[in-house]
Design a protein around this ligand. Sequence first.
Ligand code: UTP
Length: 414
Amino acid sequence: MDLESIKIILKKYNQEHLLVKYNELTEDKKEELLNQISNVNFEQIEELYKKSMKKEEKKDEKIEPIEYIDKVKLSKDEYNKYFSIGVEEIKKGKLGVVTMAGGQGTRLGHNGPKGTFMLGTTPNKSLFEILCDGLKRAKEKYNVEIPWYIMTSVENNKETVEFFEKNNYFDYPKNNFKFFIQGELPMLSTSGKVLLNEDGLVKLAADGHGGIFEAMFKNNVIEDMKKRGLEWIFIGPVDNPLVKMVDELLIGIAISNKTMAAGKSLVKISPEEKVGVFCKKNGKPGVIEYTEISEEMANKKDKKGELEYGESHINCNMFNIKAIEEIGNNKLPYHSAFKKANYIDENGEVVKAQEPNSFKYESFIFDAFEKLDKMTILRVKREEEFAPVKNPTGIDSAESARELYNKFHNIKKT
Ligand code: UTP
């Protein structure tokens, strides 16, 4: 679109400030800005802004606890049966792994994609290398090369790919890698204006881990998976060095249970813990966020004395390829978060954020669960599978994750 057509659109939606720095930009940047603006869906922006400004209406949903399988309570026979079913599928080359690495990692404050963060282990490894180790172990054990799909963002894709190149893909065969970029949405001011970055371009941010389904369709990832004959797709985070990239048991249980998806849970530490928990929403699998759960529900206990809503969602889920197709290419709902952002205001002045001042929009992967009829929930042990790297120090930090990682791997060695 040319400048004149863009001006008409901006006038219509009251977003004319987006050209405030236009005349100061280089020719390339001018073109980039016009391109960005022509890709903005201003109708959607108006809807999102309206949604941010009014209190979220409580949907009329019937929330119930969801059944789960406790890994530690499986008998030896059950465990072995499920495990060997999983092994067979893996050996047949039916497993693919997707890592969500498009987040900004703002809390960690690491300069670069989160997966490039060195955990400080001995030998010192990046999060990406630690995840790759899981695939290399499976290659050795089962003589199979599991494809690894890595979702990045516009912001971190180049650096991510360069990191793998520099590290020779950690000696895992290169043809098993596919990087794909997730979608973005503009950030908005409290008055609904699309924000301009300090460089005079539109301020865009990744559209949340729920953007994964749309991104997989758009970037022909699904097509590639089908071509390779994959059936089970594990989708996990980049920031948990204890994530089981290859879990024989999870596959075996999902198949035996005749479910098209399976998610891992951990026992919620306390009713107050700030985590989303698995539940049923109108009979379908779902996750209720800590901000949505009532105190009464959060504290409710079952006959065994356990929390009825106590299965924390840890972003480690597996889907049959058919389930992904069923979830489809549709957009998941967006949730708004109030974030700190520096930007250029309508007068061309730089605004430096001292506190949260703008809206960012994200969709969440677990909103897709409601599109499925059933899901197997497998409760696993915290110390075996969960070492989140969110903060530089303290709780869920690089420090705590390193300790958990070392402990788990040392235990395995003895
Ligand atoms: P978090 O929600 O913890 O976000 O991501 P984050 O970006 O890592 O950290 P903060 O909140 O900015 O400090 C959980 C997982 O989802 C991925 C992250 O990379 C991480 O693996 N994610 C998150 C994406 O891939 N894309 C997104 O847009 C958001």
